[in-house]
Design a binder for this molecule. Structure first.
Ligand code: SAM
Length: 237
């Protein structure tokens, strides 16, 4: 597979809208006023992600884009993670499949507008599909893309990042799924409220790992699911 292929989303033949690639930072003045909808340029995104370049290549490293629009940051992170997978020449097909889903599970987004939300999910799924086709041809398990679609549905959610509440069809506090691979085939899902995760971050900034004393706060999951085969997420949830 050509590494060059993965260095820019523009090189992927996408039928989907790609906001920073289309050179349009603004959709409408009304949306700018109502939702501060001004998309970040590809150059700025690249420079910002370069600051945490190693984390973008680490498949387990989780990223949250809290006002994600159509996923300009998430798309670039995913491309970098996929480039990292492609650079490892000794992976088997099964390992590539597993790593691909691992990369997808690491991305989280919150977006208040439904149209942006749907574009973001479709865009990330499309990048995943193109990557798998490029690197494995037709030989990957078709259930993998279904699982990726399910993960994106749960990880990229319609909500208000300020009030930390769902918007649209779902109600109540925003909940995110934590995905953890158990061995080569199984995934463990635990759900946490976004509010609890933010609380955790504040304490972590004060030195969570330097002093395991009374101040340590470990969020409790609101739901805990049995492990499932990572190719069977659609049936499981
Ligand atoms: C400035 S754009 C940035 C989009 C993308 N992160 C980027 O850098 O290109 C802000 C996005 O956040 C959404 N948004 C505005 N207020 C929000 C809120 N309270 N919670 C979640 N999303 C919000 C808008 O609809 C818009 O898509």
């Amino acid at each position: 597979m050509s590494m060059d292929r993965l260095t820019s989303e523009k090189k992927i033949d996408m039928s989907l809208p790609v906001d920073h690639a289309s050179a349009s930072a603004i959709v409408s003045k009304v949306r700018v006023v109502d939702h501060a909808e001004v998309f970040t340029s590809e150059r700025e995104i690249s420079q910002m992600l370069d600051l945490v370049g190693h984390e973008c290549e680490r498949l387990e490293s989780r990223f949250l884009e809290p006002a994600c629009g159509t996923g300009n940051f998430l798309a670039e992170v995913l491309l970098r993670k996929f480039a990292s997978i492609a650079s490892k020449k000794d992976l088997t097909g099964a390992e590539i499949e597993r790593n691909t889903l691992l990369a997808v599970t690491s991305l989280y987004g919150i977006e208040i507008l439904n149209d942006n939300l749907l574009k973001c999910r479709r865009r990330l799924l499309n990048i995943t599909s193109v990557f798998l086709n490029e690197i494995l041809g037709q030989s990957f398990d078709p259930r993998l893309l279904k699982s990726a679609e399910k993960v994106l549905e749960l990880n990229i959610i319609q909500g208000d990042a300020l009030s930390m509440q769902y918007v649209g069809d779902s109600k109540g506090p925003i909940i995110f799924a934590e995905w953890a691979f158990i061995g080569d085939l199984n995934l463990k899902r635990r759900d946490f409220t976004f509010g609890h995760l933010i609380e955790f971050q504040e304490i972590a900034a004060e030195g969570l790992f330097s002093d395991l004393g009374d101040n340590v706060y470990i969020p409790s999951p609101v739901s805990d699911y049995p492990v499932v085969n990572y190719l069977e997420l659609t049936d499981a949830y």
